[in-house]
Design a binder for this molecule. Sequence first.
Ligand code: FAD
Length: 396
Amino acid sequence: MSAERDFDVVVVGGGLVGASAAVMLAQQGRRVMLLDRQRPTVWSSENQRDLRVFAISPGSARLLSECNVWDAISNSRAGAYQQMQITTSAGGELAFHAHQHGLRQLGWIVENNLIQSQLWGQLDNLVEITAPAEIKQLIPGDRNTRLELSDGSRIRARLLLAADGGRSTVREQLGIATSNRDYLQRALVAELQTEIPNEGVAWQIFLDTGPLALLPLGDGRSSMVWSLPSEQAETALQWEPEKLGAELTLASNNRFGPIKLASRVAGFPLQLQLAKQMRQGRVILLGDAAHQVHPLAGQGVNLGFQDVAGLAQQLTGIELQDSDAMDAALEKFERWRISENTLIARGIDGIQRLFADRPGIGGIGLSMVQRFWPLKDRFMQHACGIHPNAPQICRR
Ligand SMILES: Cc1cc2nc3c(=O)[nH]c(=O)nc-3n(C[C@H](O)[C@H](O)[C@H](O)COP(=O)(O)OP(=O)(O)OC[C@H]3O[C@@H](n4cnc5c(N)ncnc54)[C@H](O)[C@@H]3O)c2cc1C
């Protein structure tokens, strides 16, 4: 049997949330190990764009700057947007302009693989990586957590961070319950070429079947996120590219001229999932392991980045072997982040229900927010991750 190895922090899952958490805590001088089932493929500008692209908020960009990766990301393939247009097929419009909120950008559309590659580039110098890795056994304790991996290695962590995604095995092994709502929808994602190029506007159109987003990729093209009832989505996945383009042109009311597909199409099932706890002893759930939301507001990974920034903030100056200080810091973290994440997730769920059940009222709601500046500005501060209750790093 191999000797047990000690780490301050072990992170399970090296997606964007786990990888950024590993970088942030290593920067605090902690001894960190990161485990993942697989290493990500290395991003290259020669490769086709990753279909998983995210709207990264200014608050998240600040966290990624702290991780020393934002300059490289924003100088690669990142589509900045200064405007956001939200409309419905039943009328009603809400428009946001960065300069009205004292910002240069409302966000950036960036590939998952680009951010992950940059973060893993940092990790190579800062933390010990075990990938591929599979957890065989997890034994939680009062002051640390023991892990046995399927290759027989044994690890002890003062703090274990579960950032292993929506189907978190760590969460399951600890028996942490979740509340779930299946949207019975799938989000279709693809890259689109529109006759009228998309110059820095993030579009969200609430259709009777679900929201359709066209997000600017920086070269005039758009990334599509089209949420459809599952059966319709299954049918649409079988369509020829010409048919899908024609349906999108129709759905968008020809606003962008004829639309052509510029990539393959992928589909993701959608659900709301909230873990009832983000902490159990010395284990913390982060990102999708703790909360999954509908993509209509582009908040999923941004909430995960806020968890990371919030945890780094609470642990600043704390000795991990100081049990009382650790308990206090982790308790504070959980109270703060669970209330914030629940508020946002329930808010997004409320918007989804409103436009699904009463699109006419949803349209009136948009026009009201458009006219009521304090509400509009508050909404934008939350969307950008820079509201007064956001972690300090994100507000700098
Ligand atoms: C269609 C769609 C569009 C979206 N658009 C946006 C957007 O515009 N903006 C936004 O903020 N969010 C968006 N999201 C949400 C976003 O995709 C997620 O919130 C984000 O990917 C979660 O990151 P994560 O690191 O928590 O989890 P993941 O990305 O799921 O990463 C989990 C990691 O853990 C590893 N892993 C899993 N199990 C184990 C295990 N047992 N042992 C070791 N490793 C393990 C995996 O290999 C992976 O590397 C969207 C989601 C969808 C479906």
